[in-house]
Design a protein around this ligand. Structure first.
Ligand SMILES: Cc1ncc(COP(=O)(O)O)c(C=O)c1O
Length: 408
């Protein structure tokens, strides 16, 4: 998709990128809530199915509202980037019913029995379970390493002939650790190994992984891209258009995790304020992290925007700003964590991230409560760990609420 050169900033593109190209001149994207599409004749049906005539057939295959949202998201990830030919980078997106289904399409389109996928420990739980719990049942093996040491990565690639894909989540929970995309792509690209990035926490506004040569990006659009928590969704975006239109598209269509047109519409509405929201999310998060750092009830703050975070320099190089997700550890362990959650008055008690309100959860008593304590702590989820997605409320209201909830 050619991006209109009029758009000097991604924020303007996010607002105007959809255009108004519809027969009725509707200002907003029309919702084509139709499972199927009609043919004027048998010949036309035949021509559409053979690809001779472009056009819609069935909404699991493609839908005009979903297509428009896909183009918008592809344009965001490609914004301002150039391909190897020096022309504006072209990307192809496939909009899914969840981030999890976008990730599954990507994995299953790329991997076959005997292949190996390499990733790192601090993954989103669903991705971890899929790669390490489910793929091995289909003969696809999984390796886990920290992906920080490029000599070690070169050695792993050399020693593992079936290694086809490196999956990265950056930044990632709970420590907000980051991985150097340029360095990984340099090592992987020279050996023909594909690199894929979960860009959910950053969004293309803060980080554009295709700049560094990655092959695929996916998002849980449920989070910052939608921004308002109105639906579950996901998107897979790829730079190899031929692959995306064949193996990628076929896998998407056959797994069937396609987006509903209404959710696609909600996504396009959310995206219009992406830049505005992300700037404010980051402004608030930076101040909240500073407040927590000096607080006597807090033993550690994990936020890659803090100067003393292990990946502060990488964050400054790779991201526009650090984002709005962070974690912090309360000194009093499980009891302090549960008491803090119960006392919140402004912030919302909920899992998930990326909505306009501040969301706070206590993983040890919520999302990770089913795990054996020893395993949970090994994964970095300590008893007093609080996960927070800083929202757009007035800063004083967020800080005031956190302060009163932590009071003795
Ligand atoms: C970083 C990340 N990736 C992927 C997912 C999965 O997305 P979804 O819940 O939309 O399937 C999540 C969900 O929390 C997430 O936080």
């Amino acid at each position: 998709m050619e991006i209109n050169p009029e758009f000097g900033s991604m924020s303007s593109y996010a607002i105007h990128g959809l255009g108004h190209e519809n027969a009725e001149h509707a200002h907003l994207l029309p919702i084509f809530s139709s499972s199927t599409f009609t043919f004027d004749s048998a010949q036309q049906g035949m021509d559409r199915f053979s690809g001779k005539e472009p056009g819609y057939m069935y909404s699991r295959f493609a839908n005009p509202t979903v297509r428009a949202a896909e183009k918008l998201v592809a344009g965001l990830e490609a914004f301002g980037l150039k391909g190897a030919d020096g022309k504006p980078l072209e990307l192809r997106a496939l909009l899914h019913a969840s981030g999890q289904s976008a990730m599954a399409t990507m994995m299953l389109a790329n991997l076959s029995a005997g292949d190996v996928v390499l990733s790192h420990p601090s993954l989103y739980g669903g991705t971890y379970e899929f790669i390490y719990g489910m793929l091995p049942r289909f003969g696809i093996h999984a390796l886990l390493d920290d992906l920080k040491d490029m000599d070690r990565l070169s050695m792993l690639l050399e020693k593992t002939p079936g290694l086809k894909l490196i999956h990265i989540e950056t930044p990632a929970n709970p420590t907000m650790g980051c991985i150097d995309l340029e360095a990984v792509c340099a090592v992987a690209g020279s050996r023909g190994v594909k690199v894929t990035v979960d860009n959910t926490f950053a969004t293309p506004y803060l980080q554009q992984p295709f700049r560094y040569g990655v092959d695929f990006v996916f998002h849980s659009t449920t989070k910052f891209l939608n921004g308002h928590g109105t639906s579950i969704g996901g998107v897979l975006i790829g730079r190899d258009i031929a692959f995306m239109n064949t193996r990628g598209y076929d896998t998407y269509k056959l797994l069937g995790g396609t987006s509903s047109p209404f959710d696609a519409f909600l996504l396009t509405q959310g995206i219009k304020t992406l830049g505005l929201r992300m700037d404010r999310h980051c402004d608030n998060a930076e101040r909240v992290a500073e407040f927590l750092t000096g607080h006597p009830a807090v033993s550690k703050v994990h936020y890659n925007g803090l100067k003393d975070h292990a990946d502060a320099a990488l964050t400054a190089r790779q991201m526009r700003r650090a984002g709005a997700v962070m974690a912090f550890e309360l000194k009093g362990g499980m009891k302090a964590g549960m008491r803090f959650i119960d006392r919140l008055r402004v912030c919302t008690r909920a899992v998930s991230v990326g909505t306009i309100d501040t969301l706070i959860s206590h993983p040890a008593s919520m999302s990770h409560s089913g795990m054996a304590p020893a395993d949970r702590i090994k994964a970095g989820v300590t008893d007093g760990l609080i996960r927070m997605s800083v929202g757009l409320e007035a800063l004083d209201d967020i800080i005031g609420d956190l302060g009163q909830a932590m009071k003795d």
